[in-house]
Structure formats: C-alpha cells, structure tokens
Design a protein around this ligand. Structure first.
Ligand SMILES: *Cc1c(COP(=O)(O)O)cnc(C)c1O
Length: 230
C-alpha cells in the first residue's frame, strides 16, 4: 500500500516534469511523515526514501533518534524560538522561517554549534488570516535582513497554498511565489542565491511542479489520511 502510493506519487512527479519540460532531478520529493509511526518511515527507508518532513519539534527529534542517520529531516511546521536549539543540528532544512526573531535565533544557535543552517522563508501568498508567513511585499526585506545573519543560508521560499478542491485555483499562487523568487534574485543581494521553491502538497503538487516547485511536500497521498485524535 504505502510503497505503491509512493510509486504513484513518484510517477506523477515524473509525468508533471515531462509535461512542464523540466528535468526530474529538479524536483525533490519530501515525504511528509508527520503523525505517522516509525514503522511506516522504515518501510519507505527500505525502498530508498531519505527525505522526510515533520512539523513538530518533538516528533522530529524522536524520529531522528530512532532512524538511520543518513536521513534528511525537513522542518516544515511553525517553529517556536525556544525549540530551535533542539533541532538546528538535526535538520537538513527549515522551510518555515516566518519572522526575523526566529531567523536570529536560528543564526545564534547555528553559530554556537558551528553550523550553517539552510532555511526557506515562508510566504503567505494568498494572504490567509490563519497562516504564518510573510506577505509578498515584505519578503524582499526579510531576505535582506536574513542574509546578513551568520550561520544561516537563505535557499529560497516556501508556501502552503490554500486548501482548495480544484488545484488549478492555486496555480496563480505558485506562479506568484516563483515570480517573487525571480524578482528577489534579480536584485543581486549579497550572499543570496535562492534556488529552492518549496510548494505543493497532496492536493496540488502537480500544478506546483508545472509552476516551478523544486521541493514538493507530500504526506496524505503516500501515508493516507492523518488521525489527530490518537
Ligand atoms: C502536513 C503538511 C504537508 C503535507 O500535506 P498533505 O496534504 O498531507 O500532503 C505539507 N506541508 C506542510 C507545511 C504541512 O504541514
């Protein structure tokens, strides 16, 4: 089941890349294992999956401890500053950096541990009240400020598009995130070369790939529905 689902998602990614005239290597699948048990992560590990996304610090740490050390863990959820110190040395990338104070904390902990932490700036492209992230017109300023912080590398932008039934409705948001990335790169800000766009989830990863996603974060299509009442 699990592995069949994975193969289906991988196949869809391949087709979406072909359709969009993109190389398959340009798109990286992050399998979002949040709320799912180690046993399922192990099954995916066995078939070669090495990149997992988690949105809670404690779960990320527990899974990090339990699993092989060649796994890349991606922090994709809202991160509290007081928890940064527990994960900076365990994550391959933090996708969800949504404030200067958080970026400063990551920088501080990275310097302390002599690391360079790869981060993405979260953008609230649709301006949803309930979501974290910078507004489109605040993002360039954030990039400028973050790029001056030691121990931290701004690799690109991330967004979670609205929940919609028809993924076509999100195409405009993916397109604006990509355009924003292109615009900011064209400013030649010192220390900034943003080549990552983390966008697209179960419902809309195909459209996101067509619009330039380099990282897609897919959970439900691989692991099945999440049960939060356990
Ligand atoms: C849960 C989550 C995902 C995966 O969502 P699915 O719809 O299950 O694919 C992707 N990104 C973020 C930030 C998430 O919290």
């Amino acid at each position: 089941m699990l592995v069949d689902n994975l193969h289906e998602v991988q196949y869809n990614i391949k087709i979406a890349c072909e359709k969009a005239g993109r190389k398959q290597e340009e798109v990286t699948l992050i399998t979002v294992s949040k709320t799912k048990p180690i046993s399922m992560i192990e099954q995916l590990y066995e078939v070669g999956i090495r990149k997992f996304g988690e949105n809670k610090v404690q779960d990320l740490i527990d899974k990090y401890e339990a699993m092989q050390k060649d796994i890349e863990w991606h922090m994709i959820g809202h991160l509290q500053r007081n928890k940064v110190k527990y994960i900076v040395d365990k994550v391959a990338m933090i996708h969800s950096v949504d404030s200067l104070r958080l970026a400063e904390e990551i920088s501080k902990e990275a310097v302390k541990k002599q690391l360079t932490v790869s981060i993405l700036i979260e953008v609230n492209v649709a301006g949803e009240q309930t979501k974290f992230g910078y507004a489109i017109d605040e993002t360039e300023e954030a990039v400028r400020l973050f790029s001056k912080l030691p121990g931290l590398r701004v690799k690109g932008l991330m967004t979670s598009a609205p929940y919609v039934v028809d993924p076509e409705e999100n195409r405009k948001y993916f397109r604006s995130l990509r355009q924003l990335c292109v615009d900011i790169n064209s400013k030649n800000i010192d220390n900034v070369c943003m080549d990552s766009l983390s966008m697209g989830m179960t419902n809309d990863y195909i459209v996101a790939i067509e619009e330039g996603a380099t990282l897609v974060r897919v959970g439900t299509a691989i692991f099945g529905e999440r049960n939060y009442n356990k």
